[in-house]
Design a protein around this ligand. Structure first.
Ligand SMILES: *Cc1c(COP(=O)(O)O)cnc(C)c1O
Length: 417
């Protein structure tokens, strides 16, 4: 393809097949690989021969997926992992040392919040949590230990959006790595193009799209030839990779310091299933984004307390218009005030599956307080925006008019009784 494509990423992710030979990707389900002879073995371990070494460090099927996901975001490389949480662990643990500090800003997925708050804390890493409106407070928290600024493209489930351009500038000024969780908005938001260093995805969600495979990926930008924040003293542990591997240093560092040492590797079969999801990602993303807009507007008009940044009364409506011209994924929430009404609504729905997943081909609904956040403290729930009657909806591929009819039916069934 010589000509610049109008929709490069959509074209790219759909092309999982080979133009010669088997069209569906091959599953190489071998844990280990025979090197043939000692000289080849030496070359593989030292990196001059590119054959497979051992499936914990890399697998041909998974590599195919890594190449496509790196291309989707125009990164220099990607590491595919066994889950989305594994991708977050990989990216963070490959950069952090004991006594380093992290700044999280905006809404956070429950697992991510407890990863930083509880688990990273046990390893001597302190995390500061700011809400989406506190971008201007970031600088006051920065010190020589600040290593990572972490945020989500759109907070799950609080639907907040952060001022990404400001964060990127601050991080650059103070040599701090930026990591975005772009799980909800692949293809829609292009994080590396905006100057973010690492993009994380739980591929379990819309990338696979049908609940068949747990998976994750971290996509990395290239190290610049001249100035680069990763060449500062703060990141001295990866300087040897920059020296030996150049622009792909962050990828090599993640592979060695996390994938090899912690072993959160993906299975070839899950990588295969995820590749199949990519074939239809672009069309599903578009379809559901349009459905979500239509449903959010209709439910809001009918008087339901809908939380979605496309609504004019939402605090991040301006940022939504700035960053999300093609919608911001599949999720919105409805606040029913109290648990009883939330339960009545969910239990009356014909369409929704009651589950703790998002961005599936089916419509999903879940009461937040009693499930994902049941062991969170009152303060934590307040910070994450989890009220007693909050229901998270993830829109699927059904006809949006049918979803609206089902939701309004369930809403009126108990609101009038
Ligand atoms: C689901 C999810 C994760 C975790 O992904 P898993 O594949 O379940 O480990 C992380 N971030 C966001 C935004 C998610 O929705």
């Amino acid at each position: 393809m010589k000509k610049e494509l109008k929709d490069f990423s959509s074209y790219f992710v759909q092309n999982i097949g080979s133009k010669k030979g088997p069209i569906s990707p091959c599953i190489v389900n071998s844990a280990s690989f025979s090197y043939g002879d000692s000289n080849t073995a030496e070359g593989i371990f030292e990196g001059s021969i590119k054959n497979s070494l051992y499936s914990r460090m890399g697998n041909p099927t998974t590599k195919r997926l890594e190449t496509i996901l790196a291309g989707m975001d125009k990164g220099v490389g990607a590491v595919v992992t066994s889950s989305g949480m594994a991708a977050i662990s990989l990216a963070c643990m490959s950069l952090l040392n004991a006594s380093d500090e992290v700044i999280c800003i905006g809404g956070l997925f429950g697992g991510t919040y407890s990863f930083f708050k509880e688990t990273m804390f046990r390893f001597g890493i302190k995390t500061h949590f700011l809400n989406a409106s506190q971008t201007k407070d970031i600088e006051s928290l920065i010190n020589e230990k600040s290593k990572i600024i972490y945020f989500e493209s759109i907070g799950n489930p609080n639907m907040r959006i952060v001022e990404i351009d400001n964060i990127v500038q601050i991080a650059k000024k103070y040599n701090i790595a930026t990591i975005i969780d772009n799980t909800s908005t692949p293809l829609t938001l292009q994080p590396l193009g905006m100057g973010i260093d690492i993009a994380i995805y739980s591929t379990t969600k819309i990338i696979s799209g049908n609940s068949s495979a747990l998976g994750g990926v971290a996509v990395f930008r290239g190290i610049n030839k001249k100035d680069d924040k990763f060449k500062s003293d703060k990141f001295k542990d990866i300087h040897k990779f920059i020296k030996n591997k150049g622009e792909i240093a962050l990828v090599v560092n993640a592979r060695k310091r996390a994938l090899r040492d912690f072993g959160m590797s993906a299975s070839a079969f899950n990588s295969y299933l995820t590749l199949l999801g990519l074939e239809t990602l672009a069309i599903r993303t578009n379809f559901i984004a349009n459905s979500t807009k239509k449903i959010v507007k209709a439910l809001s008009k009918a008087g339901m307390k809908v939380n979605h940044p496309l609504l004019k009364n939402h605090s991040d409506n301006k940022l939504y218009k700035k960053y999300f011209k093609n919608g911001c994924g599949t999720v919105f929430t409805i606040d029913f005030g109290v648990k009883k009404r939330a339960y009545e609504f969910i239990n009356n729905l014909k369409f929704a599956f009651v589950t703790a997943n998002i961005s599936d081909s089916r419509t999903l609904a879940l009461h937040m307080d009693s499930t994902i956040f049941n062991d969170f403290s009152k303060d934590e729930k307040e910070f994450l925006g989890i009220g007693k009657g909050l229901v998270r909806i993830s829109v699927g591929l059904e006809n949006p008019d049918d979803i609206i009819a089902d939701f309004l039916h369930s809403y009126t069934a108990f609101s009038t009784s």
